[in-house]
Design a protein around this ligand. Structure first.
Ligand code: FEO
Length: 466
């Protein structure tokens, strides 16, 4: 059933309340999801994307209820992954000659998956457009590596809708379609989880793409992604979030993730959590048993953290297999600007801590030397190592009593400043580590030659936020 989006644009996708896993089993779905496809009916009729392969026959039948398929003048395939292209095989049986607009790489991915079927591909690049009548056109914007080499977005003039495909999406079922109708807490949580687990590995590309998008001066009124809620209420909010998240994001949080055999490593994990709370009461601490926790949810907390502490006992001259797989995923996500430490029990050879430190460094973390390596069960001597580990991780004096006052940056006393041209927000609590600006540096104390890390304009183009 079609649902009205704006003007002559309808949603014709699939809301998947029953979905539990995505990308095989690699992504957990907690609140359903959707595959959004759109029908644009101007003088020309255009279908933008389709839905996942298992739903292809329903998709085509539903579309037939809404429109004579022969009236579709063009198809736009923003991305070749099967959750968006998977209904093409069934659809093209009905309308085999209909032109499919997509990137050159999308032809490779679509033909790679479904075979060379002689479909009428028309390849496009950024800035290419097609007239669709009534004074409107579709403008194409390549979104290479966001998140596949074939990805692109399509902008509809007149209604000013950016069909962004995977970018700005969420795995979240919103029956009412729009962000203003969604549960705002779930929406933000799912948008962040999606960003962390799917988009973050490409954050450097995203930073440049956001600048390029701003430079195109598209008057975007609605962002219509291919998963989850459509951003019609203040679509700039998700662009601002992506801008912040792509910039080595962190909050005052530490995540402790471990697995344990006989509870010794678990005891160390909880002692570390207690010590963080003692030394830095305002710091949020999250503790997860890796083998009992959803990895996508844990990674979302790691992303929010300024530091990660990973523990495993030694087993087979290494660490537990649950931790091994988890560390591999951690590396894939390419987090930046975070410290890390390791801990674990052992009975005989005791390699786990050193190996964990190596893996954390490989994953891009700044690994501290301080660790807890406990023979058999942890005792007071082992726990005595924890204050130094925590103080090194947090960069504070281990002997200091819990501070009555936090630094100004942590308490928000220093103002944030926003870049006028691109919307990047300078947060003094975070600083600009990529440019050598340490956390805790007030905007006023930035060097005169400092410039916006996103679009490169100078300090005087920034505006103070309340
Ligand atoms: Fe939603 Fe990359 O597919």
């Amino acid at each position: 059933m079609r649902r009205h989006v704006a003007g002559n644009v309808s949603w014709v996708g699939y809301i998947d309340w029953e979905l539990e896993r995505f990308h095989g089993d690699d992504y957990s779905i907690m609140n359903g999801s959707s595959q959004n496809a759109y029908l644009v009916e101007e003088e020309k009729t255009v279908l933008i994307d389709t839905v996942w392969t298992p739903h292809r026959f329903d998709f085509v039948e539903n579309l037939k209820q809404e429109i004579d398929l022969s009236k579709i003048d063009f198809i736009v395939a923003n991305h070749g992954e099967c959750d968006h292209s998977g209904s093409l095989t069934a659809l093209m049986e009905e309308i085999p000659d209909t032109p499919i607009y997509c990137t050159e790489n999308a032809v490779k991915s679509i033909e790679g998956q479904y075979g060379k079927r002689g479909w009428n591909f028309r390849t496009v690049k950024t800035g290419d457009s097609i007239e669709i009548g009534n004074g409107k056109k579709l403008i194409f914007v390549e979104m290479r590596m966001l998140h596949w080499p074939d990805s692109m977005a399509t902008f509809l003039t007149g209604d000013d809708i950016l069909f962004s495909n995977d970018a700005f999406g969420q795995h979240y079922s919103v029956e009412e379609l729009f962000n203003d109708k969604a549960d705002q807490c779930v929406l933000e949580k799912e948008a962040l989880k999606y960003f962390v687990n799917i988009i973050n590995p490409f954050a450097p590309v995203l930073k440049k793409k956001l600048v390029e998008l701003a430079g195109l001066n598209l008057p975007i009124k609605i962002i219509a992604p291919s998963h989850g809620a459509i951003w019609r209420d203040n679509p700039g909010q998700i662009v601002e979030k992506y801008t912040a998240w792509a910039d080595a994001y962190q909050e005052d949080q530490v995540t402790i993730a471990y697995d344990t055999m006989w509870e010794g490593t678990a005891k160390i994990a909880h002692k570390i959590a207690e010590e963080i709370a003692r030394q830095s009461p305002n710091t949020v601490v999250k503790v997860f048993n890796i083998s009992k926790s959803d990895k996508n949810e844990v990674m979302t907390d790691v992303f929010k953290s300024k530091a990660l502490v990973v523990g495993s006992p030694t087993v087979g001259n290494s660490y537990l297999s649950s931790v091994a797989g988890w560390l591999e995923f951690l590396k894939q996500l390419k987090f930046k600007n975070k410290k890390a430490a390791a801990f674990g029990c052992y009975g005989w050879s005791g390699e786990s801590v050193k190996l964990l430190q190596g893996k954390l460094a490989e994953a891009g973390f700044e690994v501290i030397d301080e660790n807890v390596r406990s023979l058999w069960n942890p005792d007071e001597e082992d726990f005595a190592q924890i204050p130094a580990l925590v103080s090194s991780l947090l960069g504070i004096d281990p002997n200091a009593e819990a501070a009555d006052e936090q630094p100004a940056a942590e308490t928000g006393k220093m103002s944030k400043w926003q870049c006028g041209p691109c919307g990047y927000i300078y947060d003094p609590a975070v600083g600009d580590p990529d440019s050598g600006i340490a956390p805790g540096t007030a905007f006023e104390d930035l060097p005169d030659d400092w410039s916006c890390p996103i679009c490169g304009v100078s300090k005087d183009m920034f505006n103070k936020l309340d």
